[in-house]
Design a protein around this ligand. Structure first.
Ligand code: G
Ligand code: G
Ligand code: MN
Ligand code: NA
Length: 250
């Protein structure tokens, strides 16, 4: 009950700070874009953004919370040191009622002078299990509005392959377990190599996330993963921020 009140307060008082984590092009070390990651501003009993969104969904505050996070992220993005593509997480539970918020999002982008073609929505694979028809409709809708789509955490859910078979996103973000210790696992190397080949054939751009070790980065580059994100390259931080990763001379 205390947490429910806290979510109400967070939404009412706008207590969300947008963090940004850089995504790098491995070929030349340039910043390709940023993923916006919302953080609760000030002291809180809520342990993580995941918990925040789960509780907000349960208590009916999710639409307001998501719009707050998005507004904060877009304002923050307009102050980023290096411009680039902007990756925004979308709460899958809110997909069906997204028209209204899309309208608001588009107006805000216009106000801030950010082109829609620079914005990618990340749809997590973890909870999108069955309704491909809905997913495809949402995807087509976002595209018709000028946005692009990423499938987030591919492999972490129940339907990774089915998703690849049914959908054509612009980006696929590999689930962290595929990257974790990839230098030690011939299986993970083979999986990532196959996914990279599959995506290349279909014109889908692969992003690896959760890179924490130089050995992982080396393998991903070797396997032809074009874009990467992780603590090794740059941690999520409040805007504006400077890039951390410098590509090795080849
Ligand atoms: O940054 P961190 O690993 O704590 O994020 C945890 C989860 O919260 C991630 O799955 C991320 O996608 C999600 N998340 C972070 N910010 C937002 C947001 O603004 N909107 C939505 N829907 N999810 C977010
Ligand atoms: O579910 P999603 O992929 O949107 O979640 C991204 C989350 O991953 C964010 O909460 C971010 O803080 C976290 N993250 C980003 N880079 C790394 C990393 O290198 N290692 C780990 N463990 N988490 C990371
Ligand atoms: Mn994400
Ligand atoms: Na996610």
């Amino acid at each position: 009950a205390g947490e429910r009140r806290e979510i109400e307060e967070i939404v009412r008082e706008g207590r969300i700070t947008p963090f940004f984590q850089p995504i790098f092009a491995l070929a030349d070390g340039t910043v390709y874009g940023y993923e916006a990651l919302s953080r609760i501003a000030g002291p809180t009993l809520i342990g993580s953004p995941d918990e925040l969104f789960d509780k907000a969904i349960a208590s009916g505050h999710a639409p307001a919370l998501e719009m707050l996070c998005r507004t904060r992220a877009l304002h923050g993005a307009s102050r980023l040191a290096v411009p680039g593509r902007l990756f925004l997480n979308v709460c899958p539970a809110l997909l069906t009622s997204s028209d209204h918020r899309q309208g608001k999002t588009s107006r805000l982008l216009d106000e801030l002078g950010i082109d829609r073609s620079r914005v990618t929505f990340e749809l997590t694979e973890r909870t999108m299990i069955d309704d491909y028809e809905l997913f495809n409709r949402v995807l087509a809708y976002y595209r018709s509005q000028g946005y692009s789509i990423a499938i987030d955490d591919l492999g972490a859910g129940y339907a990774g392959l089915k998703m690849l078979a049914q959908l054509e996103p612009d980006y696929v973000k590999l689930a962290r377990f595929l990257v974790d210790d990839i230098h030690l696992s011939a299986k993970r190397q083979a999986l990532v190599e196959s996914l990279v080949g599959f995506c290349r054939r279909l014109g889908i751009t692969v992003i690896a996330e959760g890179i924490e070790r130089p050995e992982e980065l080396a393998w991903l580059a070797e396997l032809g993963v074009p874009l990467a994100q992780g603590y090794l390259l740059g941690r999520p931080a409040a805007a504006p921020l400077a890039p951390a990763y410098v590509a090795p001379e080849i």
